[in-house]
Design a protein around this ligand. Structure first.
Ligand SMILES: *Cc1c(COP(=O)(O)O)cnc(C)c1O
Length: 427
């Protein structure tokens, strides 16, 4: 039955033993990324010996039953990894979900969504009810903020924004009651790291469901459930896809959240295509390698920017001067290529000159791909509680730029930034 712990060799249909499915948690993440999501049942054909490396793309709407009795039995339980109907996915999607769960200790399961925003919506709708308060970190991704103020408010949820660095203020808010809390660390655009463990502990003691948008670090850089969260949200579009050719999201949840998450996603009809799931699985194989390289290059560039006269602040949690860097060192096992910096006393036109002069950075939304991107960002528009510009900066130091560092060489990216700064100053 079960052979050696070789990926895809020893695992039987229905086998969840991580040793036989190629992913014992004791191994390094680089090793585990090569083995997870490759169950023999998903990579082989009954009656044929051997198997293929990757779970094939199973395109299917209809799943066929052997007979009426099997059809009736099939409607009774609603579990992952069983044929039912295409809307519940098939082996390709199950492999990806299983791989993501394997990376998150404490996971009861993972639900896939057609985008990161859909994953945030699914997680929130599974966690909060009409009349309840939803506490949203003030540095949340802008569509998350708008979801609280718009969609969820229309369904009777009360959104409340909080400063993630003010633990006492958060304790008071939770004492007033909260159905769910949405955290993000580092925060979008301004990149502050918060104390997820302490915030999650306070929120759970108050009975709230705790969600974390973990897109920046991902499961290889920060283990959300082990730090007290009930659900870890990822925009797979970013690092897991990694090649700017895929839209997808996921929520990996513990036992407390998973049943509601699953039924909510099913009620909303959320499903991802098997082709996209196969692409995401392919991206996952090189995730650790790409993130380590992109984080290393980003740190070189962040340090270089810190030494420039045109720069008032570099907002990068991996830098020792950044807010929450001590927490980053305490809690995180990796970073990535995404950070921001603030121009010293420049105007919007100067910022546009700088960005337009760059030749190696694409101008566009999203991040986490193999190619570098640049974006003008104005955090002040998306903040209700935390001030912008932050303490320590002059009122004129407010035009910010976000960089997503790809796999290009640091020397070339720095040379490109240097000539763009010269162009900005020349005007
Ligand atoms: C991009 C992003 C998302 C949304 O992902 P999409 O796949 O683009 O919908 C969610 N959270 C964060 C922090 C993001 O940067």
């Amino acid at each position: 039955m079960s052979g050696p712990s070789r990926p895809g060799r020893g695992a039987d249909a229905g086998d969840t033993d991580p040793e036989r499915t190629g992913s014992p948690a004791s191994r390094h993440v680089a090793t585990r990324l090569a083995g997870i999501g490759r169950r023999l049942a998903f990579t082989s054909v009954p009656g044929l010996s051997g198997s293929v490396v990757n779970p094939p793309v199973w395109r299917a709407s209809t799943h066929l039953y052997d007979d009426t009795a099997a059809l009736r039995a099939g409607t009774k339980d609603n579990a992952d990894g069983q044929f039912f109907y295409g809307r519940r996915g098939g082996p390709t999607q199950w492999s990806l979900a299983e791989a993501l769960s394997a990376l998150e200790p404490g996971a009861a399961g993972t639900v896939l969504f057609p985008s990161g925003v859909a994953a945030i919506a699914g997680a929130l709708m599974a966690s909060v009810r009409p009349g309840e308060r939803l506490l949203i970190t003030d540095n949340a991704y802008d569509p998350s903020r708008r979801m609280g103020l718009g969609l969820l408010a229309r369904f009777g949820v009360q959104p409340v924004f909080f400063d993630p660095l003010d633990l006492e203020g958060f304790r008071e808010l939770c004492a007033m009651g909260a159905g769910a809390v949405l955290l993000e660390s580092p925060g979008s655009l301004t990149m502050e790291i918060c104390d997820v463990t302490t915030l999650a502990g306070i929120a759970r003691a108050a009975g709230a469901m705790v969600l974390l948008d973990n897109t920046w670090a991902g499961p290889t850089g920060f283990q959300a459930l082990a730090h007290g969260c009930d659900g870890a949200i990822l925009a797979l579009t970013k690092h897991v896809g990694g090649h700017s050719d895929l839209m997808m999201g996921s929520v990996t949840a513990n036992k407390r959240l998973y049943p509601a998450l699953r039924t909510t996603a099913q009620a909303l009809g959320q499903v991802v295509s098997p082709d996209d799931a196969a692409l995401a699985l392919r991206g996952l194989r090189t995730l650790d390698l790409r993130l380590r390289q992109q984080a290393a290059t980003a740190l070189v560039i962040a340090r270089w920017l810190r030494g420039r006269d045109e720069v008032a602040a570099v907002l990068c949690p991996m830098l020792d001067s950044a807010p929450g860097h001590d927490l980053w060192q305490r809690d995180f096992s990796g970073g990535c290529g995404l950070f921001s910096f603030v121009l010293k006393g420049q105007d919007d036109a100067a910022r546009a000159r700088l960005i337009d002069a760059l030749t190696l950075f694409g101008i566009g939304y999203s991040w986490g791909g193999y190619e570098s991107l640049v974006l003008p960002v104005d955090p002040g528009r998306d903040r209700s509680v935390r001030p912008w510009p932050p303490a320590g900066l002059d009122a004129g130091d407010r035009f910010a730029i976000r960089l997503s560092i790809g796999l290009e060489h640091a020397d070339d990216l720095i040379a490109d930034l240097a000539q763009a700064f010269a162009t900005m100053r020349a005007a």
